[in-house]
Design a protein around this ligand. Structure first.
Ligand SMILES: [Ca+2]
Length: 92
């Protein structure tokens, strides 16, 4: 359905008018043109899956990378700094 690969013999599942109304199922994202659903993990994956190439849009992908960095930073604070803080209070 709306993934660029016709599932029906008459390709009606890839009809642009239909796909524009279609909500992607879980773990699928819509391309910017609203006509295709592609797997979430195929976004920013260095290969074009959307016909309009919106899944590799550098502006959007930069933001995604930022989000991941922030999650890693939060993880570092909890995993590394919190035990340090605990040891430090212990020494006091
Ligand atoms: Ca991609």
């Amino acid at each position: 359905m709306c993934d660029g690969h016709p599932s029906c013999n008459d390709t009606s599942d890839e009809d642009p008018a239909f796909c524009a109304q279609w909500n992607c199922t879980a773990e699928y994202w819509k391309c910017k043109d609203g006509l295709q659903c592609i797997l979430e993990r195929d976004f920013c994956y260095l290969s074009y899956d959307c016909n309009d190439k919106s899944d590799e849009d550098p502006t959007m992908c930069d933001q995604l990378t930022c989000m991941e960095n922030e999650i890693e930073l939060a993880y570092l604070v909890v995993v590394l700094l919190f035990p340090l803080y605990q040891n430090f209070s212990f020494l006091m």
